[in-house]
Design a protein around this ligand. Structure first.
Ligand code: ATP
Ligand code: MG
Length: 252
């Protein structure tokens, strides 16, 4: 399987603390690749390095065989790497459609001070509807974002991410604080992103059961390092993972 995203020996430290050390990942096209690990393992820092929020001390990030190390988040987004669940990107007073349309306009470099032709405006709105349809929110397009329940707000985040036409979506704890029913809905959406839209998803999530059921590949980190990697069945049986991190919580 060809890799869409690769990291080679990625390192980042904060003072004397090695938050990410020598992390090499191979994320295949059209896969759900999860990063598991206890609090402080370095998962979010790894996301920050991949998405350009902070630069690595050393190591490289390759996307689609190009070296994108040190690129800004905006440039990476234009190239196809998007991070979701940054709730700040949702404008609560605007409708769902307007929220997504805003992301489409900014992606295309069209800003609000420029009056759009009717045809362009209609095309943007149609595209926004398509993004909302992909996440199951088309019927709520006219509602204000603040009227949405928690689970649907997360789905709206994904729709806003889709507006950027990504190939790779990184999600940091998308299920945090959600009810069981909402978790299931977001789980189905993640699978749909892979199977119907052909996207690659890199997921950080503490819900081990969901990670086991959704993922093609799991990388386990501890103290900034990769301690195990493989498909769920291998991770479930890994003695290193059990003793170092999960203490038997895969048993169920
Ligand atoms: N900006 C920063 N300055 C200093 N230390 C940091 C910074 N960001 C992260 N760290 C430290 O780096 C280590 C890894 O943190 P990180 O947030 O990547 O862990 P995580 O695996 O995402 O944990 P969690 O599961 O709790 O979200 C932690 O010890 C954390 O305190
Ligand atoms: Mg984190």
């Amino acid at each position: 399987m060809s890799a869409l995203l690769q990291t080679h020996a990625l390192c980042r430290h904060f003072g004397g603390l090695h938050a990410v050390r020598d992390v090499s990942l191979n994320v295949g096209q059209r896969t759900i690749h999860s990063i598991l690990g206890p609090n402080g393992a370095g998962k979010t820092t790894l996301f920050n390095l991949i998405t350009g929020a902070i630069p690595p001390a050393s190591g490289t990030v390759l996307f689609d065989d190009s070296d994108v190390t040190g690129w800004t988040p905006e440039r990476l987004a234009r190239r196809g790497i998007v991070r979701t669940f940054q709730r700040t990107s949702v404008f609560l007073e605007l409708s769902l459609c307007e929220n997504v349309a805003l992301a489409i306009r900014s992606h295309r470099g069209l800003n609000y001070s420029v009056r759009l032709s009717r045809a362009t405006d209609a095309a943007v709105r149609e595209e926004a509807h398509q993004c909302l349809r992909s996440v199951g929110l088309a019927e709520k397009a006219g509602l204000r974002a603040k009227a949405l329940a928690h689970g649907s707000q997360r789905a709206l985040d994904v729709a806003i991410g889709l507006a950027l036409k990504p190939r790779l979506i990184l999600m940091d704890e998308p299920l945090a604080g959600m009810s069981k029913g909402d978790r299931h809905g977001i789980g189905e959406l993640i699978v749909k992103l892979r199977d119907e839209l052909g996207l690659t998803v890199v997921l950080v999530e503490h819900d081990v059961g969901m990670v086991m059921s959704l993922s093609d590949v799991i990388t386990v980190m501890q103290n900034g390092k990769v301690i195990a990697e493989g498909p769920p069945c291998v991770i479930r049986d890994s003695a290193a993972v059990k003793s170092a991190y999960l203490h038997g919580s895969f048993a169920s």
